[in-house]
Design a protein around this ligand. Structure first.
Ligand code: NDP
Length: 285
């Protein structure tokens, strides 16, 4: 039997199979569209007879429904399924029960890097599920990325993953709004980039502008000091951001929604607090 069977050979699964092979593991591969296994078989992988053909199944597909479709009625007695597909925490918990009902164990994972970074320095994956089971396979999985265990609840890996993607998707979309605004003023993306990079670095850093750390500490302590910069001032400031984008003739759905959220924090009576008070509005939709 191969050390690992990779189920799902999209860009992610193919790169995972390739990475396991390069690390010297015996690899079997399975994909709904069988032809995608060809290049990996040419590199030394075995073609799995079914998606359940193997003891350690590493799944990487579009969604969890694909796992159900691929495994079908197969028994999974004694098998460990490591699913690295995207989904919601509740979907993952339901999947854990489904795998268990067939005799197997599900380890869930949210892999935090795109295909070219799999197997490279800086790659990491949030894993959740029974730790003793993960520990047995951690050395194999370490070929793909650092193994970051976050807890027994199978939904948790995806909560971490989706939280990170929220920052990724909205942060980058906001960056593109900024690029469009600068472009409308005749400033090229290359000219603006260093300033944006400085902002990204500062926000995540430890310095006086390290607002990620500052806000996390305030929220953990349940305080929202607004001494130097009140929510009231920042809601007006965000209004000016929206008006500036409007003046430039740009799309404003997301900035307008942020402005509305800021305004609500003020309307709810917290205008004298600091920006971390927005979390109170987020928690009460
Ligand atoms: P896709 O999300 O497009 O996944 C493609 C794979 O899913 C193919 O193997 C496809 O089979 C299979 N699939 C889809 N639906 C079904 C089904 N109903 N039954 C059986 N197989 C099915 O590509 P990626 O490889 O990019 O992503 C895989 C997962 O990794 C996703 O959940 C994604 O969110 C996540 N991810 C992706 C990253 C990236 O940068 N690409 C980064 C981090 C995570 P077929 O070939 O037959 O169509």
């Amino acid at each position: 039997m191969s050390d690992v069977t990779v189920v799902g050979l999209g860009p992610m699964g193919s790169k995972m199979a390739e990475t396991f092979l390069a690390a010297g593991h015996g690899v079997a591969v399975w994909n709904r569209t069988a032809s995608k296994a060809g290049p990996l078989v040419a590199k030394g992988a075995r073609r799995a007879a079914t998606a359940a053909d193997g003891g350690l199944l590493v799944v990487s597909q579009t969604h969890y429904q694909a796992m159900y479709d691929s495994l079908g009625d197969a028994r999974l007695d004694g098998k460990v399924v490591v699913n690295l597909s995207s989904g919601t925490p509740e979907e993952l918990r339901a999947a854990a029960r489904w795998v268990e009902g067939r005799g197997g164990v599900l380890i869930t994972g949210g892999i935090m890097v795109p295909p070219p970074v799999i197997g490279r320095q800086g790659a990491y994956t949030f894993y959740s599920g029974p730790k003793d089971v993960l520990d047995r396979h951690a050395a194999t999985l370490a070929a793909l990325s650092e193994v970051t265990y976050v807890g027994a609840d199978q939904g948790l890996a995806m909560t971490y993953y989706q939280a990170q993607l929220l920052i990724f998707f909205t942060g980058l979309t906001t960056f593109m709004h900024a690029l469009a605004l600068m472009r409308a003023a005749g400033v090229s993306p290359e000219e603006f980039l260093p300033f944006a990079q400085e902002t990204f670095t500062q926000l995540g850093g430890d310095g006086p502008m390290g607002f990620a750390k500052i806000i996390a500490a305030e929220i953990a302590a349940g305080v929202h000091p607004g001494t130097d910069n009140t929510m009231h001032m920042q809601a007006i400031g965000m209004g000016h951001v929206v008006e500036t984008l409007e003046e430039a003739g740009l799309e404003i759905t997301v900035p307008k929604a942020v402005h509305a959220l800021f305004d609500r924090a003020v309307a709810e009576g917290r205008g004298d607090e600091g920006i971390s008070t927005v979390i109170e509005s987020i928690r009460k939709p």
